[in-house]
Design a protein around this ligand. Structure first.
Ligand code: GLN
Length: 275
């Protein structure tokens, strides 16, 4: 006889949070359903599917790629191995953006390296008057972001193929945000856990991890209106370095902000208004 839902949650020998996520996905049900129907016996097809999903997880594949989705800023985003899995610490960047954009203003916002689109779409959704441009050089990532924009019915978002600023000549923005790759190329974390399965191009950025951040800081002033802001995510030990780079590039009001774990995770600054 096959397992019940309650037995299957234990039998898969996974972290309980992962086990519930995989069972929800295999059965197409909610957490509440799993609890209310723990004595329900799985069908043969459900048992086989659960075993297959559990085997993938045991081999290290991230839950978000197995179920094809991850929640971010209270919205569910489609994810595939073409994009970085949205992480809770990145919500600090969205929070900063929402503080800078007045609800009724038609500000122009740029998201560099949009991946799944989770940052740009969260901003577009909460600031319907803003005009958001999201770029990525990966067409596979842009396809995922396009699906997510449709899923969340955002109409104030433009998705464009661009290697950082390459397709944006002549454009100016009131706010630029980015979660660029920032892991040092030799960092052993790249060979551990979920990171092994994520796109290397979305994670690693040169020997100190700062190659993309340096490029963004150096180029951003050409694409910012005067008085506009740049803010980006970075590694837990990069805040001081990032603030120095920003100050050196002429940004004022240079700041860093902590994520939910109390780690300085987002830095940025304002382009001085010379007018
Ligand atoms: N925060 C990710 C990590 O685990 C890195 C994401 C990124 O490089 N933007 O390490």
């Amino acid at each position: 006889m096959n397992h019940t839902i309650g037995q299957a949650l234990v039998a898969v020998r996974l972290d309980p949070v992962d086990a519930r996520a995989l069972l929800r996905h295999a059965l197409g049900v909610s957490d509440a359903y799993l609890i209310a129907h723990s004595a329900q016996v799985l069908t043969d097809a459900q048992s086989e599917l659960c075993a297959a999903l559990a085997a993938r997880r045991s081999a290290g594949e991230p839950v978000a790629y197995i179920v094809g989705a991850r929640e971010f800023f209270s919205l569910e985003f489609k994810v595939t191995p073409a994009v970085l899995i949205p992480r809770p610490e990145t919500e600090a960047l969205v929070q900063f953006a929402l503080e800078r954009i007045a609800p009724d203003s038609a500000q122009r916002v740029l998201d560099l390296g949009a991946g799944s689109g989770c940052i740009a779409i969260s901003i577009a959704k909460h600031r319907p008057q803003a005009r958001v441009v999201a770029v990525d050089r990966s067409t596979a990532a842009l396809a995922v972001a396009r699906d997510n924009a449709e899923r969340h019915a955002v109409t104030n978002l433009e998705l464009t193929a661009s290697d950082w600023f390459s397709a944006l000549a002549g454009q100016r923005f009131d706010l630029i945000v980015s979660n660029p790759p920032y892991v040092a190329a030799g960092d052993p974390h790249l060979r551990q856990g979920d990171l092994r399965f994520e796109p290397a191009a979305a994670l690693a950025a040169g020997s100190d991890g700062l190659d993309c951040i340096r490029l963004i800081i150096a180029s951003a002033p050409q694409y910012l209106s005067s008085g506009a802001w740049l803010a980006f995510e970075h590694g837990g030990d990069q805040a001081a370095h990032c603030r120095a780079l920003l100050a050196h590039a002429g940004f004022s009001e240079v700041f860093s902000r902590t994520d939910l774990a109390g780690i300085e995770r987002v830095s940025g600054g304002q382009l001085r208004d010379f007018s």
